[in-house]
Design a protein around this ligand. Structure first.
Ligand SMILES: Cc1cc2nc3c(=O)[nH]c(=O)nc-3n(C[C@H](O)[C@H](O)[C@H](O)COP(=O)(O)OP(=O)(O)OC[C@H]3O[C@@H](n4cnc5c(N)ncnc54)[C@H](O)[C@@H]3O)c2cc1C
Ligand code: SF4
Length: 328
């Protein structure tokens, strides 16, 4: 590990100011990803600004929305009564990730900005455009079982590993950010970038911008939502494919629907095409199949992960079928 300075911020403003004074600062949430990367010298910040003591509040508002402080632990969010009642998809997504101990440490802000689990990214002996731009990508011809089937590029085929973000994408969450240039909001679905020819740029936050909160807008049918994660082991494994969905039925027709897919792209993949195909139509298995097909029409597999296209299709159909049963 390289030497670094450590500061504990007592306000968002102080955190932003402290980061602005350093050449290469990183915000420290629970450290469950960043410290690993520092140990491997993949991340080499000269300064850590500890933001784990900032707002952990989870404010359940009367209008049905919820505002979550970025330092809230993953465990606290999953256990909160308002989340469990209004947005079970989010509680289930969080509980499908990592372990109890890690969820106790991991913060909401850190979960959003955790790095890919591509093994070549963590291996300094491998070529990786995300770690060292312009060096190549050993995953393309290597072992690429967990890699992307949507939105990938010749430069990078990594996936975003977060379960929480998949649920947040489906729920239309907004990320509140504070930085040297002031405060702003970013839609969660726009926060993470597809790799293009610059996979090292993973999100659209400017240097020194701090995530201060995540807002879940009221969703009248949020209670009819769920998360299904398909993985190689039943616990302690990242998703091969996951699906977060919420369904609102009017009789046998789909009034409204939200779907996001995880484990398939460099960002949590909001399935806008599938939603559009379903809205206003019949809630039948044939319609679920057609919607999943529409979403995955441009999916492309690599040597080891082509199975994920069929897996994603089946998981979308299964989750919608489950929600239809619950809504009936
Ligand atoms: C063994 C293991 C298994 C795991 N399994 C899963 C899993 O199945 N599913 C899953 O989703 N995750 C899994 N994780 C990942 C885990 O969820 C993340 O490590 C965790 O959410 C990161 O949160 P953190 O607060 O510890 O972030 P940190 O490690 O502190 O930070 C991560 C990144 O976020 C930045 N950051 C932190 N807070 C902020 C902020 N407020 N504003 C701006 N930037 C910030 C940091 O600078 C750093 O770049 C696993 C991790 C481990 C170690
Ligand atoms: S897939 Fe992306 S993260 Fe993995 S080796 Fe290639 S460039 Fe690096």
């Amino acid at each position: 590990m390289n030497p670094f300075a450590y500061h504990r911020a007592d306000s968002a403003r102080a955190a932003v100011d402290l980061a602005a004074q350093a050449a290469t600062a990183r915000f420290l949430g629970g450290g469950t990803n960043l410290v690993d990367l520092m140990r491997e010298t993949i991340e080499r910040p000269d300064t850590l600004v500890d933001v784990s003591g900032l707002s952990k509040s989870i404010e359940a508002r009367e209008d049905g929305s919820v505002l979550i402080g970025a330092a809230a632990s993953n465990s606290a969010v999953a256990a909160h009564p308002a989340i469990r009642q209004r947005f079970p998809v989010l509680a289930r997504a969080i509980l499908a990730g990592a372990s109890g101990q890690i969820r106790n440490m991991a913060t909401v802000g850190g979960n959003l900005l955790q790095r890919t689990r591509c093994a070549y990214f963590y291996d300094q002996a491998s070529r990786c455009n995300k770690r060292e731009p312009g060096t190549g990508c050993d995953a393309r011809e290597g072992f690429n079982r967990i890699h992307a089937i949507l939105g990938a590029s010749a430069s990078c085929v990594a996936t975003h590993p977060s379960d929480m973000c998949v649920a947040l994408a489906a729920l239309g969450a907004t990320v509140h950010v504070q930085g040297p240039a002031g405060a702003r909001t970013v839609a969660l679905v726009d926060l993470h970038r597809l790799p293009g020819d610059a996979p090292q740029v993973e999100h659209q936050l400017a240097p020194g911008e701090l995530i201060v909160a995540v807002e879940l807008p009221a969703l009248s049918f949020g209670a009819c939502s769920t998360y299904r994660k398909v993985r190689d082991r039943s616990s302690y494994a990242f998703a091969l494919v996951s699906v977060a969905a919420a369904l609102d039925l009017e009789g046998d027709a789909v009034r409204e629907v939200r779907i996001a897919i995880g484990g398939v792209a460099a960002k949590p993949w909001r399935a806008f095409r599938a939603e559009e195909a379903l809205r206003g139509g019949p809630a039948t298995e044939a319609a679920f199949q057609a919607a999943a097909q529409a979403e995955l029409a441009e999916a492309a597999g690599l040597r080891d992960n082509t199975f994920k296209i069929e897996l994603a299709r089946r998981t979308i159909v299964a989750v919608l079928g489950q929600l239809k049963g619950e809504a009936a």
